[in-house]
Design a protein around this ligand. Structure first.
Ligand code: ADP
Length: 592
């Protein structure tokens, strides 16, 4: 840039100087010639304005004289006032009729005096006083009469004086021009120093900003327009730095959000190519994306790209991938040339499952309550219809059923209440310290009678020392009782039940193993669900509600422990419960 501007400056200077010199030179040289011509005609006119001279020219001095010679003689005498020097300026006496040269201060050129426009004027009787600035001579032709014969006094000037004056003026102008050129080149250097250098610095600064280095401040060296420009530039660079930092920050936030959000996002450009996708999208759709993937391949079956791009708001679709329900929202993200379509993938599997569970739960509750109610109603009706007619043993049995069924309903309602307390977080643990081995032993003692009624053998394996645990003893016992009574219930009479306990790091555990009916592989994952029972009839018959294990698992969760099925090959089932020795760290649990 510097070189360009510098050359331009030099060229402007040179052009200025040359054009100035040419104009001044032409004007001067023209003026000099014009002045010289004016002087010439003035001198001639003055001379011919002198009476003596005109009288001497025209007055015949003696009879029969040679008129032309006499005129020449007078002109010789007055050569001074005519400025005739006989070298550059000469006079000639011409015949007033033919224009032929009759004599003069110098020998006429070979071939005679040419008939100039002035001579033509004089031949016609007028004074020829005209000369062009550009001609290389000037002349004047004045008609006179002497002795009745017309003559023309013709003065011819070769303009040598004007020419030599012009020549020396020309060389002067050339010298001035050369000097002017040197000065202009020096001046342009100076100008370039004061103007181009700051501009060059500004250009370098702009280039650095364009490369992303906003922190560089340009030095302000003057208070002129360039100084102001530099100051504005510095302010702009700083503003740009702040704005870009803010934008960058926003982008980082969005990138992090984009990367870690649970919903999948895939963005397509106008050419329908994938330009962005997050890990969630790949996970949900079960495939990785490349830039070669197109909208048509991925979502073309839902809506055509043009329809998604022109959508007002968004379009909604759904899809099932690998057993998961996906909700897809398609929306255009900008309508300008940079626009495209954004696809948001939302996994609604859990939502749907929860909805289904809620529906199942309501259906189960109604069903579980309806069965005992129907029984109560029918037995009560039979009793009412046959008051005093039924045998007392039968009445006794019917009342017994009614009582049993109402107990069962109360039992279900209590269990539901307990679960509802867990769900709403209102159930608090009453934490105390108690020996874990003692709790296991108490459970063993409590079920022994029932087990013996079913001819089960019950083994208890307790290590010598088990620590004290911090837990809600009543609830823990409830869980233990639940799993041991399940073992009794779901093991055909004469079975074998083993209760073991132990410590594993900062946890204690109890396992209940039976050789009963066990649980088919397909049901193993579901037995902790509410109301889930492998064999409904058997469970109901034995007074089960299908809520026992759900409640037990909730209690263990509250203790930050766990309740699991243990994999085993033999028939029967092993259930394991685990408790942290120090109790839960949850704040809502309070000391009992
Ligand atoms: P229930 O009141 O029906 O016993 P639970 O929640 O305690 O309800 O148990 C859920 C289901 O798990 C039972 O209906 C039964 O099918 C199965 N189950 C629980 N314990 C055992 C076990 N020891 N052996 C076989 N099946 C079991």
């Amino acid at each position: 840039m510097r070189r360009n501007l510098h050359i331009k400056l030099v060229l402007i200077m040179v052009l200025l100087i040359v054009s100035l010199m040419v104009v001044v030179g032409a004007f001067l040289m023209n003026s000099v010639t014009g002045y010289y011509i004016n002087e010439f005609y003035q001198q001639i006119a003055d001379a011919f304005g002198q009476n003596d001279f005109v009288r001497d020219l025209q007055t015949v001095t003696q009879e029969g004289e040679d008129g032309a010679a006499m005129v020449k003689e007078v002109l010789d005498a007055y050569a001074g006032i005519l400025g005739v020097d006989r070298r550059d300026r000469n006079f000639y006496v011409l015949d007033g009729v033919t224009g032929r040269c009759l004599g003069g201060s110098a020998t006429p050129p070979e071939g005679g005096i040419p008939v100039t426009p002035n001579i033509s004027s004089a031949l016609l009787g007028g004074r020829g006083f005209d000369s062009s600035v550009t001609a290389d001579y000037m002349d004047a032709a004045i008609p006179i009469t002497r002795g009745g014969h017309p003559y023309i006094v013709y003065i011819l000037d070769g303009r040598e004086t004007a020419r030599s004056l012009n020549a020396s003026m020309f060389s002067l102008i050339v010298e001035a021009l050369a000097l002017g050129l040197i000065i202009s080149i020096l001046l342009s250097f100076l100008l370039s120093k004061t103007m181009v250098d700051p501009l060059q610095r500004l250009t370098n600064g702009i280039e650095e900003v364009a490369r992303g280095n906003f922190s560089r401040k340009l030095e302000i060296t003057s208070s002129d327009e360039i100084g102001q420009l530099t100051e504005s530039f510095n302010a702009m660079a700083q503003q740009l730095e702040t704005t870009i930092a803010a934008v960058e920050n926003e982008r980082n936030k969005l990138d992090t959000l984009f990367l870690h959000m649970a919903d999948g996002v895939v963005a397509f450009d106008r050419a329908q190519r994938v330009i962005h996708s997050n890990p969630a999208a790949a996970r949900l759709l079960g495939r990785a994306f490349t830039q070669e993937d197109t909208y048509g391949e991925l979502f073309g079956d839902l809506f055509p790209f043009e329809q998604a791009e022109a959508a007002d708001g968004h379009l909604a679709g759904s899809r099932t991938v690998g057993g998961r329900f996906l909700e897809l929202l398609l929306a255009p993200y900008a309508r300008a040339s940079q626009g495209g379509v954004l696809v948001l993938i939302h996994d609604v599997t859990e939502q749907r499952r929860a909805e289904q569970q809620r529906k199942d739960f309501v259906a189960n509750v109604s069903h579980e309550l309806r069965t005992p109610l129907t029984n109560i109603k029918s037995y009560a009706e039979t009793l009412a219809d046959g008051v005093g007619e039924l045998p007392p043993e039968m009445e006794q049995r019917f009342l017994g059923v009614i009582l049993n069924e109402s107990d069962r309903m109360t039992h279900i309602l209590q269990d539901l209440l307990t679960l509802s307390r867990f769900d709403s977080g209102r159930s608090e643990l009453r934490l105390t310290e108690f020996p874990f081995a003692q709790a296991v032993n108490d459970t063993y003692q409590a079920i022994l009678m029932d087990a013996q009624n079913h001819a089960h053998t019950v083994e208890l394996n307790l290590p010598d020392s088990l620590p004290q645990v911090r837990a809600d003893r009543e609830r823990v016992m409830q869980v233990m009782m639940n799993i041991v009574s399940n073992a009794i219930k779901y093991t055909p009479d004469g079975g074998r039940i083993v209760l073991s306990a132990g410590q594993d790091g900062d946890k204690v555990w109890m396992e209940v193993d039976d050789n009963g009916i066990g649980i088919p592989e397909s049901d193993r994952g579901r037995i902790f669900e509410r109301f889930y029972r492998v064999d409904k009839a058997r469970s109901r018959q034995s007074g089960g509600t299908g809520l026992g294990l759900s409640i037990a698992q909730e209690i263990m969760k509250q203790h930050e422990g766990g309740l699991y099925l243990v994999d085993k090959a033999e028939p029967g089932l092993t259930i394991r419960m685990e408790l942290p020795v120090c109790g839960p760290r949850e704040e809502d649990a309070h000391e009992g």
